[in-house]
Design a protein around this ligand. Structure first.
Ligand code: GLY
Length: 393
């Protein structure tokens, strides 16, 4: 197995402004074409044989679809997309009001790209109310003793006193709620969680733990473990990508200087474990020559993280990360993006949700398929490259 070297990576072509425009236009057309099926209902988290089924507003992933609708609306101004976004925000309000499938930290993934975005773009009162209710719900998952937001399951579950790296993307919802209401508690909880997470999930070599357990009695850090990665000591590709974007978000909101080297280290580890075509295998342990599936969503997430962090870095460094993001997005647009709706009703092929290995506890689904967050972050990366984007996060 082998990975691309940094020199070879830098020799890869960057996506041009024209190619960004073309890829984003194509994505927006595909999203618009899917509105008849996915306005009152939502695409499932992952496709099967390339096609998403329609589901109710359940699971942690439906916000990404509404996020795609908003990104397509921003790009085209098409009123059909605006109307669909409004209908979907009503669904998110109904979901939080009825407490349906909200016992999770993923309220940020659900409500930032759907309702915060809709509020920012249209001033929607429905979006604002739904997102504020979701933020309030999320604060209820904060453990004072351990200083973190519990990821999964009931708060008293004996085997789930842990955070996961993905949660860093849930925290902008709390910062937004704090700004919107003037209540400091949201921001304080977000900041405490960021600090606990970043102090524990990043290993010495800048690879990352997917999940990290704490001692329920004392709140002290206990041990890291994987759930969706290949094995405990490996770096799950999407977890590492959440780390790239998560450290950028940590810096964006706290401006703590010590998060800059964390971002650099976590990103460098990710880049050093890319295969020749720049789209990672599902776990960074694997490289060219391994017969393992890819996780294209990781490339999009990491590209968004680099584009976010580039905003706070100076000249050469900003150019470096923007340049790498452009290379990753070109690889996706040229070789992974859906061009023909007869092939798939998603946007990006070859992603992996949950792959079983001999060492993890995962189910096996959404392997080598489209994943709805992969589609969303691909569009977000293109949008970031296309204009000075007002972030949803
Ligand atoms: N946040 C769950 C995942 O990335 O699969």
């Amino acid at each position: 197995m082998s990975w691309i070297g940094l020199k070879e990576l830098m020799e890869k072509p960057e996506i041009s402004a024209e190619e960004v425009e073309e890829a984003l236009g194509r994505a927006a057309r595909l999203v618009t074409g899917n509105l008849p099926e996915f306005t009152k209902r939502f695409p499932k988290a992952y496709s099967e044989n390339g096609f998403y089924e329609a589901t109710e507003n359940v699971d942690w992933t439906t916000g990404f679809w509404t996020g795609e609708v908003w990104l397509a609306y921003e790009h085209t101004g098409n009123k059909e997309l605006l109307e669909a976004g409004k209908i979907q925000m009503e669904s998110f309000l109904e979901r939080i009001e009825n407490q349906r499938d909200v016992e999770t930290h993923d309220l940020g993934f659900l409500y930032s790209p759907s309702c915060v975005a809709g509020y920012k773009l249209t001033g929607s009162k429905v979006g604002r109310q739904a997102a504020l209710m979701a933020a309030r719900e999320l604060t209820g998952r904060f453990h004072e003793k351990g200083q973190f937001i519990q990821a999964w399951g009931p708060l008293d579950a004996p085997d789930n006193y842990r955070l996961i790296i993905d949660c860093l993307l849930n925290l902008p919802l709390l910062y937004w709620a704090s700004e919107e209401t003037g209540e400091e508690e949201y921001r304080e909880i977000a900041e405490k969680h960021i600090h606990t997470a970043l102090a524990n999930v990043v290993r010495e070599d800048f690879s990352t733990w997917h999940t990290f357990f704490f001692d329920r009695e004392t709140g002290a850090p206990d041990h890291g473990a994987t759930c969706q990665g290949y094995r405990d000591g490996s770096a799950w590709a999407r977890g590492q990508a959440w780390g790239v974007y998560g450290t950028a978000i940590g810096y964006r909101y706290t401006k703590r200087q010590e998060y800059i080297p964390l971002f650099e280290g976590v990103t460098d580890y990710f880049l050093k474990h890319l295969p020749e075509d720049l789209v990672p295998f599902w776990d960074l342990e694997f490289g060219d020559g391994d017969d393992e599936p890819k996780d294209s969503s990781s490339a999009s997430i990491a590209a968004c993280g680099m584009l976010e962090m580039a905003k706070y870095l100076d000249g050469e460094q900003a150019k470096y990360y923007r340049g790498i993001a452009k290379r990753l997005v070109k690889a996706l647009a040229d070789h992974y993006a859906v061009k023909n709706p007869a092939v798939s009703n998603g946007l990006v092929l070859h992603s992996t949700y949950s792959n079983h290995s001999p060492y993890n506890t995962c189910n096996h689904y959404g392997v080598d398929e489209c994943n709805i967050w992969g589609d969303y972050f691909y569009m977000e990366a293109l949008t970031r490259l296309n204009k000075d984007w007002k972030v949803y996060w």
